[in-house]
Ligand binder design. Sequence first.
Ligand code: CP
Length: 330
Amino acid sequence: MATYYPPFRKQSPYLPFGEQRTGRFYGKDILSVKQFNRADLEYIFGVAHEMREMVERIGTFDLLKGKILANLFYEPSTRTSSSFTAAMERLGGSVIPINEVRYSSVAKGESLPDTVRTLECYADVIVLRHPEIGASALAAQYARKPIINAGDGVGEHPTQALLDLFTIVSELNQVDGLTVTMLGDLKYGRTVHSLARLLSLYDVKLNYVSPEILRMPAEIIQELNEKNIVQKEFTTLDEVLPQTDVLYVTRVQKERFENMDEYESVKDAYVITPEVMREAKDRMIVMHPLPRVGEISMEFDNDPRAAYFRQMEYGLYVRMALLAMVLGRA
Ligand code: CP
């Protein structure tokens, strides 16, 4: 008779001798920002802050020594993939990198459930980027090890939203009371979908500035309306820039368009330059999940308000915190 493995078990009762695992995130999947409350965020950011101090003091340490991360990316990535690798290695663990699935058995037609069931035989946690909405949730149904969603199509990118919020907290020391303006491709930009949802846990005002065909999806606006978040939509930036505390710029996502004429008509809709930013506050920040393809001029990069390179570094500490947490070491 075949052995039955319960598909949803995420915590092994059998720990190696002497090993202790604790914490409310131990063994959990990270699939959507909807799973977090404010107390969770304070906890994550507290751990991320400690990770930052440790990296600055000693660089690499052995918190996750012996642990293995499988980085499974069905879509291109520079930041998410390499920051999870760096996070695991700075914690003393190691990584199975599958950054090009066409060189894996996926190219032979292996299904996502079978691929994650394979990788969990070798790894303790799986980070997954996939072009389809809900792919991480599907993987999590089959995996007994934690799945971390590194972007599912135009759905969510929860670890990006966590690092975005950690950037805001670290740079401006507050979230309540801020006016956040999201600019660009709000239809296909999964980072803004996740960030808007996460910000709805706070007392914020949200401005959405986009071309008509790239508006924030109605279901997200509806979801935040139900939480009484003030949201306004615009097609130009001028009206809202002077009141903005966080300007979150996004790339128009060429790869999501079926009609290239439509892409051409909106790709250069907004460009942030030093001249444009003359109208903004002195104490505010400009963020971008990156990569950028022209929507922020390089001439703005040396402005102290340009936080997008610092934002990537905050991502390392947040991802270190998440790995330590789901593996029961934070
Ligand atoms: N911000 C982000 O997800 O970047 P990558 O696509 O390079 O991972």
